[in-house]
Design a protein. Structure first.
Length: 93
């Protein structure tokens, strides 16, 4: 379960929160004035998200391979997919 905490609480409990993330895989959404600002998650979670984004990008490019795209068009699509993936991660984190 992901817990929501304020920036003030993070400042006061950072050491404890880091231990909980590292040892128990707890996750925190850090909020400022009730709005999500950042996330504190285990490194494994970030690596998992990166692997998934890469896999989705490769599958997307494989689906496009059969089309009549030029190399420049393929590169542009790859860049677009990369930027879109980064934007979605920022929205969910």
């Amino acid at each position: 379960m992901t817990k929501r905490v304020s920036t003030l609480e993070v400042r006061q409990r950072l050491g404890d929160m880091l231990n909980r993330v590292a040892l128990r895989s707890d996750e925190y959404i850090i909020e400022r004035r009730g709005k999500p600002l950042a996330a504190l998650v285990p490194v494994e979670r970030i690596e998992q998200m990166r692997r998934l984004a890469r896999k989705e990008l490769l599958e997307f490019l494989d689906r496009r391979r059969g089309s009549d795209l030029t190399e420049e068009e393929s590169d542009a699509l790859a860049d677009e997919a990369k930027h879109e993936s980064r934007g979605k991660r920022g929205e969910t984190a």
